[in-house]
Design a protein around this ligand. Structure first.
Ligand SMILES: Nc1ncnc2c1ncn2[C@@H]1O[C@H](COP(=O)(O)OP(=O)(O)OP(=O)(O)O)[C@@H](O)[C@H]1O
Ligand SMILES: [Mg+2]
Length: 222
């Protein structure tokens, strides 16, 4: 479902040019939970940004659901990101002036779904993630773990082909990290949700199906 072939990303600065991703190729199947592991600076975030259509590779190709990201126009890519991809970051990036429920339904509003449909789906996702009571809370009225679960609910909203997560437990304590992993696993079991998760968290790595290792921008085993 995800096919990355011969991906290279070169950054140029005053010191010269530097290959942050070097000839990376790998695949992720539908329904797989894959962790992306490597030391700080190895290129994990850069790779996820390219897979998410937020950055462009210098060369090589990313195909998701058999569609090439580089073949899409800017508006096609924006629609693809909204409908087919979900993002969970280290910091939740919830909008502070919107309630938990409103934050969750934003991807549906962007996709042009009706208010009624959005609210029903939003409530269902909040229930699924154990946040029934917190729908009316603003992000400042949620715990760190609850904010991350709202971010997960938002990422699941449009039934994405792939969820990309970058250090999703980086800001959570052990208990909330474990809970987030269990919810990833529940989404995988019940929705066959596919995940690619960059992380240093040993329990998260252990709870996934497979690990892709990255070292100095190269995929060293998969
Ligand atoms: N916009 C940029 N311009 C130049 N170099 C960059 C840019 N973005 C990232 N880099 C460099 O690319 C390398 C990989 O960075 P990246 O953020 O992908 O690492 P990472 O594996 O996510 O690390 P961490 O675990 O610390 O988050 C680093 O050496 C970084 O300095
Ligand atoms: Mg990173």
């Amino acid at each position: 479902m995800v096919a990355v072939s011969n991906l290279t990303r070169t950054f140029v600065d005053d010191a010269g040019s530097f290959d942050v991703i070097r000839d990376a190729s790998f695949e992720v199947d539908r329904g797989e939970m894959v962790s992306l592991v490597g030391v700080s600076g190895a290129g994990k975030t850069t790779l996820l940004q390219i897979l998410g259509g937020l950055d462009k590779p210098t060369s090589g190709e990313v195909r998701i659901n058999d569609q090439s990201l580089s073949a899409m126009s800017a508006s096609q890519l924006a629609a693809f990101r909204n409908l087919r991809l979900g993002f969970v970051f280290q910091f939740h990036h919830l909008l502070p002036d919107f309630t938990a429920l409103e934050n969750v339904i934003i991807p549906g509003m962007i996709a042009g779904k009706s208010n009624q449909e959005c609210i029903a789906r939003g409530r269902e996702l909040l229930d699924l993630l154990g946040l029934t009571r917190q729908g009316t809370h603003y992000p400042s009225e949620l715990s760190g773990g609850e904010r991350q679960r709202v971010a997960l609910a938002r990422s699941l909203f449009n039934g994405p082909a792939l969820i990309l997560a970058d250090e999703p437990t980086g800001n959570l304590d052990k208990k909330n990290g474990q809970l987030l992993l269990e919810l990833f696993q529940k989404a995988n079991r019940e929705l066959k949700q596919t995940f690619l998760v960059a992380t240093h968290n040993a329990e998260l790595i252990h709870g996934m199906h497979r690990t892709i290792y990255i070292e100095d921008g190269k995929i060293v085993s998969k």
